[in-house]
Design a protein around this ligand. Sequence first.
Ligand SMILES: N[C@@H](CCC(=O)N[C@@H](CS)C(=O)NCC(=O)O)C(=O)O
Length: 200
Amino acid sequence: MLKIYGSARSRASRVLWLAMELDLPYQHMDYLPRSPDTRTAEFLKLNPNGSVPVIDDDGFVLWESMAINMYLARKHGSALHLANPQQEALVWQWSLWETDRLDRQLVNYVNASTGPEAQRNKTVADAMWAEIVPAMKTLDGALAGRQWLVGNAFSIADLNVASALYRGLFIDLGQWPNVKSWLERSWERPAAKKVRAMRE
Ligand SMILES: N[C@@H](CCC(=O)N[C@@H](CS)C(=O)NCC(=O)O)C(=O)O
């Protein structure tokens, strides 16, 4: 059976969301990031980085959340994956773009601006915001006049990017109205609501 390592309060939430979209049976190894569970020899053998998520799919071990989701969507022949090579390339484009331009930036911004007092850091928050603004502008432009990032339906591109932008649900996205409505639309999906309930 598929084993998913990582708490819903981590990047494993992306994988859990997909598993629920596809109705996959899975065993959840609910490990928090940096917890002792992720520092055992057994876990480090699965992922020498010591980070989550990781999957063990009947002996096939994979880490990196976006790669895991592309693998699972493809393996299970999901419509979310988009069989057309050009559409698939666009899914990769958006997933890699998010990892590069927004993934850590958004987490670091929220931690540095709204976390516990001792953790707040205006210099870090400002630097992260300066990277977030042009990325959000790109995403907002791409979503102008369309409901979803690739094709005419919710796809793995939307799942990978919207799940990574979870923290965007709690910040003011007013200047990017297309991003705001798309993010809310994505997180309204039943599978997304389930993963949100697991993390909140
Ligand atoms: N690019 C990786 C990032 C993985 C990552 O940084 N995971 C965090 C939790 S969200 C973690 O486990 N950090 C603890 C560590 O690296 O020791 C992915 O998308 O899977």
